[in-house]
Design a protein. Sequence first.
Length: 117
Amino acid sequence: MSFSIRIVSDTVTPKLIKGMALMKQAIVDGLDNVGAEMEATARAIVPVRTGFLRSTIYHQVDPDGLTLELGALADYAIYVEMGTRFMSAEPYIRPAFDQNSQKLLDNLVLGILAGFE
């Protein structure tokens, strides 16, 4: 005994592809929104002498890798964040992440759910 199946019209695959695209875009948008909030938080709490360090704080979203990067470009940014043997740490990146970590998770869940609408 043998049998065969022939699919004439596939309606599921296009819906899956559309759902994945919606999910990815919603996650990228959520990462960008939370990244902007993290950046604002870091700028608000960073210690300021000249304002240069504050001006170099940024966030960047990689839509292909679905990653969010938050940092500062000043050469001495890491020393302010982590401290040295000569000065105490004055963290601004880690607290910005900590204050917004739940929003990050919430946006991730909402992004995933967007693919099932």
